[in-house]
Design a binder for this molecule. Structure first.
Ligand code: AMP
Ligand code: GLY
Length: 421
């Protein structure tokens, strides 16, 4: 079996790491990959955004199965194009990926199918949006409709802040096409949790839960990022809540896909707010989370390829994956300045030492230069470790972080910290 993984971030390194353990794989290709995937797969320099290039690569290299990591190529229709040339692929078609790429589409879907979420209205007109915002209670949440790298969400404390966010999106076009429509929604309070479930159009298979840390700085301060670290299990979802998430969110989600005729064979990752009234969906992601994948896959004992293939072929109901009961923690080491501007090209040292100490070092923004690993992006590494409980996993992940160095490295010191009492 030849498998092609599309993408070059930490999530893709974790996917490649786990897929490489499958005895069913003869060859593993990653496009474009990073310095970490290079040691487990053949990196081929085709960008994930180059859909024609990826389809050509899959055909040329006779890939039997393609795993699409990031959201953009899914939204742009990579799975549709692979299927059109007869290549099996893991991920939703473009029309189903709109559940992530259009927040207003996702809101309409949730409303139609009775999935609990924040009350919301969509707007394209600035003055109509302002009139609505004036009559709401605060804080109020303003979201750009499309994909905006996690930067399209503003929690407005008062009306002037809401008006400013609306003006940026609808008048100044700060998010381009992604912000031509805005969703104004009710603020939900509670703790967040990341839920992952494989879906094959007929059934779902829920993974363990995880907790992301989206803000750049300790204490949940600073701007939103793609995610600065994760812990699994989150400590926030007990068995009763898992059953409720299945009955209130995943079951109506599947019924909704069927009712709307959406072809979805891939991963659904709802970001949840655990409110006093029960779990509510903040957003749908149509892919594996990053850095959630870096803590979920080390806990998976079953062959990942078997599971992804079963999802793509509609056979999930027969799968019974096994999970490691230990906890996993991932601490992201980023380039100082991320998610704003930052410099790259710095040599990374100590990954071998961290791994010798028991950590798994998943690369994200790295590349190989004359045999050295150098930084090439905002999120550089995801240092992951397991432990008998959360505290042990967190301690082991930070022990790994302390062995690694590169100029201007930045990370949070409170990933997986116990919940405030
Ligand atoms: P999203 O991209 O929609 O998941 O939003 C990014 C982050 O903004 C979420 O992880 C939450 O921390 C926050 N957020 C989004 N929607 C809401 C809401 N309705 N109430 C409170 N916080 C929210
Ligand atoms: N870590 C959040 C995401 O992947 O969207």
């Amino acid at each position: 079996m030849t498998v092609l993984v599309v993408g070059g971030g930490g999530r893709e390194h974790a996917l490649v790491w786990k897929l490489a353990q499958s005895p069913r794989l003869k060859r593993l290709i990653c496009a474009p990959g990073n310095a970490g995937t290079a040691s487990l797969a053949e990196n081929i320099p085709v960008a994930a955004s180059d859909l024609a290039g990826i389809v050509d690569l899959a055909v040329r290299e006779e890939a039997d199965f393609v795993v699409v990591g990031p959201d953009d190529p899914l939204a742009a229709g990579l799975v549709d194009r692979l299927q059109a040339v007869g290549v099996r692929a893991f991920g939703p078609t473009a029309s189903a990926a709109r559940l992530e790429s259009s927040k207003s589409f996702a809101k309409d879907f949730m409303r139609r199918h009775g999935i609990p979420t924040a009350r919301a209205e969509k707007f394209t007109d600035f003055s109509a949006a302002c009139t609505h915002a004036r009559n709401q209670s605060y804080p109020l949440v303003i979201k750009a409709d499309g994909l905006a790298l996690g930067k399209g969400v503003t929690i407005a404390a008062d009306y002037p802040a809401a008006e400013h966010a609306l003006e940026e999106a609808l008048v100044q076009g700060a998010f381009g096409e992604a912000g031509r429509i805005v969703v104004i929604e009710e603020f939900l309070s509670g703790c967040e949790a990341s839920i992952h479930a494989l879906v094959d159009g007929k059934s779902w298979l829920m993974f363990p839960d995880a907790r992301d840390h989206k803000r750049a700085l300790d204490g949940d301060l600073g701007p939103n990022t793609g995610g600065m670290g994760t812990l699994s299990p989150s400590g926030r979802v007990d068995d009763a809540l898992r059953r409720r998430i299945e009955s209130d969110i995943l079951a109506p989600f599947l019924r909704g896909l069927q009712a709307d005729g959406l072809a979805y064979r891939g991963m659904i990752f709802p970001g949840l707010m655990l409110t006093a009234e029960g779990p509510k969906v903040l957003e749908f992601n149509a892919r594996f989370g990053d850095p959630e994948t870096q803590v979920l896959l080390p806990r998976l004992k079953t062959d990942l390829f078997d599971l992804l293939e079963a999802a793509a072929e509609g056979r999930l109901d027969a799968e019974r994956p096994e999970w490691d009961s230990r906890a996993a923690c991932c601490v992201v080491m980023a380039s100082g300045g991320y998610p704003g501007s930052y410099r790259t090209g710095f040599t990374v040292t100590g990954c071998g030492e961290a791994e010798a100490g028991g950590a798994l070092v998943f690369h994200a923004g790295t590349r190989l230069e004359e045999g050295r690993t150098v930084t090439s992006g905002g999120r550089v590494l995801g240092v992951t470790a397991m432990g008998r409980d959360a505290a042990e996993a967190v301690g082991a992940a930070y022990a790994g972080v302390r062995r690694i160095g590169f100029e201007n490295a930045a990370w949070r010191n409170d990933i997986g910290a116990p919940e405030p009492a």
